[in-house]
Design a binder for this molecule. Structure first.
Ligand SMILES: [Zn+2]
Length: 80
């Protein structure tokens, strides 16, 4: 998932070489991807270590759109 030379476009690209911001919804809809992030123990956007079942840290969760938040909610509800 490593991209070459992120241009630090604040919300489109993540800071620490994680997944580009615009792929967040796709990632949240991919259970295997989230499971891998949780197993690794790093936020899949910014690589912070304080993540929860969504594979995201508190900071990145606070930036989710309504649509992304809804996708993330499924992990809390355990509904798939
Ligand atoms: Zn994060």
């Amino acid at each position: 998932m490593r991209r070459t030379n992120p241009n630090n476009d604040y919300f489109q690209l993540s800071a620490n070489g994680g997944l580009p911001r615009y792929l967040t919804l796709q990632a949240l809809e991919n259970r295997k991807f989230i499971a891998r992030a949780v197993a690794i123990g790093r936020c899949f956007l910014c690589a912070a270590s304080d993540i929860d079942v969504t594979g995201l840290c508190l900071i990145c969760r606070s930036f989710l759109s309504d649509e992304e938040r809804q996708a993330a909610q499924a992990y809390y509800d355990g509904v798939f």
